[in-house]
Design a protein around this ligand. Sequence first.
Ligand SMILES: Nc1ncnc2c1ncn2[C@@H]1O[C@H](COP(=O)(O)OP(=O)(O)O)[C@@H](O)[C@H]1O
Ligand SMILES: [Mg+2]
Length: 306
Amino acid sequence: MQSIIQVENLSKVYKTGFQALKSVSLDIRKGEIFALLGPNGAGKTTLISIICGIVNPTSGRVTADGHDILRDYRQARAKIGLVPQELTTDAFESVWNTVTFSRGLFGKAANPAFIEKILKDLSLWDKKDSRIMRLSGGMKRRVMIAKALAHEPSILFLDEPTAGVDVTLRRDMWNLVRELRANGATIILTTHYIEEAEEMADRVGVINKGELILVEEKATLMKKLGKKRLTLELAEKLDRVPDALAPFNLAIGEGGTTLTYSYDTNAERTGITRLLQGLSEAGIRFRDLDTEQSSLEDIFVSLVSG
Ligand SMILES: Nc1ncnc2c1ncn2[C@@H]1O[C@H](COP(=O)(O)OP(=O)(O)O)[C@@H](O)[C@H]1O
Ligand SMILES: [Mg+2]
């Protein structure tokens, strides 16, 4: 498949001496939705800020649609729309003027019909004359998307698009992203929600402490991530796991009052029925139980150590 963004051995050391990216190499394929997944501070914003020409790389090279982002900045940037993590826009301007102005910045001829379509797609049409400072947080975020789309970019970056947004906006955002992709755009989004990567992405990259530790088709990754934990709150304190239960690799919690079992949700058998049977036979009673998805933290630990 044709690649549209090429990142080669990209490193970033900030003025503070902190190394935010460590020799990252990555190809984004034309027309895909790529999710960059990683915890806070992993380097997601740094990476996309470099690709979008906002932050200078310390070393390495990036091309967007064949244009070097440093040497051919204007051509490269013209292809790219960026919805930043932080809302940054002129509070006193109207929605219409802000979005129209953004298009002009890229030297594109005025196209009111196109701006109208974007605003309608984003449910902003009835707010077109409102000053941005009068809008709700969700509406402001829609304006940021409209601004990013105003010059008809073929590559769209969304930095944590749904962090702290309500369910309606999240759903609208996801639908919009799918529609843009259907029209041929390439989309890169960053997130620290596994669910979001699962819902949206064709491929997922996992970044941790400035290192891209894995890039994989979503379907393959979801298999690796499909681990859950069952925690049993015991009726009586337990000193050690009975030998008969050894195959379950149970972990006793601190104080001996909980037992935790990890299982694979994709497996044909989770083993839960046999576990509960085994507990009953061993005379271990429990008061309550709880299941939870493995956290991103756990996955990183298992990825890094594995
Ligand atoms: N301008 C800066 N100066 C110094 N350190 C920075 C700067 N911007 C980001 N960092 C640090 O770089 C690391 C990665 O930040 P960032 O790319 O924003 O991560 P993410 O978007 O994954 O949360 C963090 O530890 C952050 O504190
Ligand atoms: Mg960030």
